[in-house]
Design a protein around this ligand. Structure first.
Ligand SMILES: [Zn+2]
Length: 357
């Protein structure tokens, strides 16, 4: 039921900040979309959030158990959410620990972005967000068809998650959605058209599903293709404020930037050069940042950088170029920027970048 589609912003605000209603909402399934936004369909789904929380905790335990083997030393440590202090009963603690142990044994060493099993599980759990269960015991259509042991683990953990964590996570997700929604409403269509134009691609006709979750992967957001789905952490410090808009469009660009990736590969083959693994990704960061910058600056949605110079794109802010992409950054400024300014063609820009590699 798409109930909240009809709920106005005022009512949504009331719902979010009324403690009595929040208590009622936390205990039941409800519509998890934020209303009719263009371009994106933003969800705060129970099972997807539980899944990523368990994965997050399992990874923390794995890292704590074998710190020297943890190669992701750059993985950010997220703030410990306030609900972590909530005391669990012995039974609850056991159910939760069992679930985390299951994730530790089966998933913690697998990558959310590159493991088909984890991608399918995430998508499946997203599809069942309106269900209170995954086994279909009470409602047949709520049989998610997952392996019995996993179903049992998730359902047991769900009771604990619902009682202790979900309310805070859902509130954080909804707050994140509410903050980015006005920008999406105002700029979403224009930005999607501009980006599709730049990449010489078609923007997907269907709205892009975005799962907003307390925890996502180590990067704070990731995108899986076929079907195109984006997962964004609402608690990650890198995804806050007006920057959330850039994260949304960066992630969505993963699919539509394919022609750039193909063009880079084609140019490299013609010149018999090794294909630079991350150039297309640096290009997507650069492009999204440059396209978003004037929009955010003119909307006044950003407080600007320390010097008050308007919006600072994600890759600059988070130091991605300094950490190994500096040569790409120079190439992008020199050859890709003229294309963005309308002073070069797509093919020439890519060819020039590759010729300088
Ligand atoms: Zn990316």
């Amino acid at each position: 039921m798409r109930r909240s589609a009809q709920i106005g912003l005022a009512l949504l605000l009331l719902l979010l900040f009324s403690p009595a209603l929040a208590r009622v909402r936390a205990g039941q399934q409800y519509d998890s979309t934020s209303g009719p936004l263009p371009v994106f369909e933003l969800h705060s789904g129970f099972w997807t959030n539980l899944h990523h929380t368990l994965y997050h905790e399992a990874r923390l335990r794995t890292a704590a158990a074998a710190p020297e083997k943890n190669d992701k030393t750059t993985e950010p440590t997220l703030k410990v959410a306030p609900e972590a202090k909530t005391a669990l009963t012995t039974t609850e603690q056991k159910a939760w620990d069992d679930a985390v142990a299951y994730y530790e044994a089966n998933y913690a060493r697998k990558d959310l972005l590159f493991t088909t099993e984890l991608i399918q599980l995430k998508n499946q759990l997203g599809d069942f967000e309106d269900c209170d269960e995954l086994s279909g015991r009470m409602k047949k259509f709520c049989d998610a068809g997952l392996p019995p042991k996993l179903t049992q683990v998730l359902e047991a953990a769900a009771t604990v998650y619902r009682a202790h964590y979900w309310q805070d996570h859902d509130r954080a997700n909804r707050r994140w959605i509410m903050r980015v929604a006005p920008l999406v409403r105002e700029q979403g269509v224009g930005l999607s058209e501009r980006l599709a134009d730049i990449y010489q691609a078609r923007w997907p006709r269907a709205k892009i599903r975005v799962d907003v979750t307390a925890y996502a992967n180590w990067a704070g957001a990731y995108t899986t293709l076929d079907p195109l789905r984006v997962t964004i952490s609402s608690l990650d410090s890198r995804n806050q404020g007006a920057e959330a808009l850039e994260v949304l469009f960066h992630e969505a660009s993963h699919e539509i930037a394919e022609p750039v990736q193909e063009a880079i590969i084609r140019e490299c083959r013609q010149r018999d050069k090794a294909i630079p693994r991350d150039l297309w990704h640096a290009l997507v960061f650069y492009t999204t940042g440059e396209v978003i910058r004037p929009v955010i600056t003119s909307s006044g949605a950003s407080s600007g950088d320390q010097d008050g110079n308007g919006y600072t794109p994600y890759a600059v802010r988070e130091g991605l170029y300094q950490r190994g992409w500096n040569d790409y950054y120079k190439l992008l400024q020199r050859f890709w920027q003229p294309y963005l300014n309308g002073q070069a063609t797509f093919d020439d820009a890519v060819a020039r970048m590759v010729s300088q590699l």
